[in-house]
Design a protein around this ligand. Structure first.
Ligand code: ADP
Length: 393
């Protein structure tokens, strides 16, 4: 079974083609186009290339296309990308302006070019079973009904971590729950709990609490402009902030929103860069703002880690993933510092020596395992697309 995963940005189209032999997946090809003005042309070129290079015998050889869609109005989960899914994407275009319109356009373009089933995996899917009290903002009912809720994002990545961490910790029962989650739902509670906090730290960052393979919540709220500080986007911010900035700085509403989405986050605090490598180099040389940016990130990760560990009643594993999580021993060290009282003991030699792959970097006696797991969001989209197609609607 051949599944194409399509990743669409406002000016980009990237793809990966997977071949499945039962549950086992192999990536056959990947490619993409930047500075795209016409998604239709880029998609047609990409499909033609897959045929020309022999990865597909013809377009009929494609069994499905999966989309890592961001969020939909009144719709989540792993669903066929039909008119209802398109309406849901367009209904929330305002919340994810760089992605939702691009996905809606891309889905329409694929429809014209292939008969293969199209499947949308919303990034919010993983939080479907989170308690209502953790999704609800303290807003009037009408706001909540308008979709002003904690939706959560990075669902594909945190779901990958939920499955792999369960496998690494010998909990095949929970790994199987995670695999079947979008088809069967959460199932029965196991006797022994597995409580994981997953820290996806990259250009966008989020922390998720995962109990027995099912997310209890995410640091992300209504939009990808929430939770932890991101590369150049603000994280959590008081709802009065925009009004105060407009008055004090004499800027318009649109300019305030632009600054929060382009000049905030680690870039905003450090004034140096949106890349942690540059920020850390500046901090080494004594730049106090750069140091502060890293400290704010670490404090924010600890804030959410603590919140979810408490909410879940304990912690068996703390997982780091994505560009910063996999590559920055200093950030991992900062997050774990002084947590021996909670059973978290990092092995500093393992932390520093880590250079790729999956690893347990906790000290031998640590009651909480500290794992580094490279994430694989595209593989999750491919697997879920296959399951949705095999299972039907
Ligand atoms: P995205 O969310 O855009 O996919 P990544 O997961 O690649 O981004 O994360 C980007 C962040 O990870 C940057 O702040 C960068 O500094 C950091 N990062 C990525 N690769 C490395 C590396 N090899 N060494 C150190 N830091 C890295």
């Amino acid at each position: 079974m051949k599944i194409l995963v399509a990743n669409l940005g406002s000016t980009s189209f990237k793809y990966r083609l997977f071949a499945f032999d039962g549950e086992a997946a192999e990536m056959l090809a990947k490619g993409g186009y930047e500075r795209v003005e016409d998604h239709g042309k880029a998609i047609a070129d990409g499909l033609a290339k897959l045929v020309d290079e022999g990865h597909l015998a013809s377009l009929d050889d494609l069994d499905g296309v999966g989309f890592k869609a961001v969020l939909g109005k009144d719709l989540s989960g792993c669903v066929f990308a039909d008119d209802r899914a398109l309406a849901a994407l367009e209904g929330f275009a305002q919340i994810a302006p760089a992605h939702n319109p691009a996905y809606a356009d891309g889905i329409r373009q694929f429809r014209k070019r292939t008969k293969a089933p199209l499947v949308a995996l919303f990034e919010t899917s993983f939080y479907q079973w989170a308690p209502e009290a953790l999704k609800r903002y303290a807003v009037p009912k009408a706001w909540d009904a308008a979709g002003i809720r904690r939706h959560g994002f990075h669902g594909a990545s945190h779901k990958f971590i939920a499955e792999r961490s369960a496998e690494m910790l010998g909990r095949e029962d929970i790994a199987e729950t995670v695999r079947q989650l979008y088809v069967d739902g959460p199932g029965d509670e196991p006797e022994e709990p597995l409580r994981v906090v997953s820290c996806h730290l990259g250009g966008s960052s989020s922390v998720a609490g995962i109990r027995n393979g099912v997310a209890v919540g995410s640091s992300f709220g209504l939009s990808p402009q929430s939770g932890l500080p991101h590369n150049n986007r603000v994280g959590d911010l008081d709802s009065m902030a925009v009004a105060v900035a407009m008055r004090e700085l004499g800027i318009t509403f649109d300019e305030a929103l632009r600054q929060l989405s382009k000049e905030g986050g680690l870039l905003g605090i450090s004034g140096v860069s949106n890349d942690v490598r540059d920020i850390a180099a500046a901090a080494e040389k004594g730049n106090a703002d750069a140091r502060l940016a890293l400290d704010v990130l670490v404090k924010s990760i600890r804030h959410w880690t603590g919140a979810f560990a408490f909410e879940m009643g304990g912690l068996e594993a703390l997982v780091f993933t994505a560009g910063i999580g996999e590559n920055r021993a200093d950030i991992r060290r900062g997050v774990c510092a002084g947590l021996e009282g909670f059973g978290i003991r990092l092995d500093e030699a393992r932390n520093t020596a880590y250079s790729g792959g999956e690893a347990d970097i906790a000290a031998d006696g640590s009651s909480v395992r500290v794992l580094v797991i490279p994430t694989n969001e595209e593989l999750v989209v491919a697997r879920e697309t296959r399951r949705r197609i095999l299972h039907g609607s």
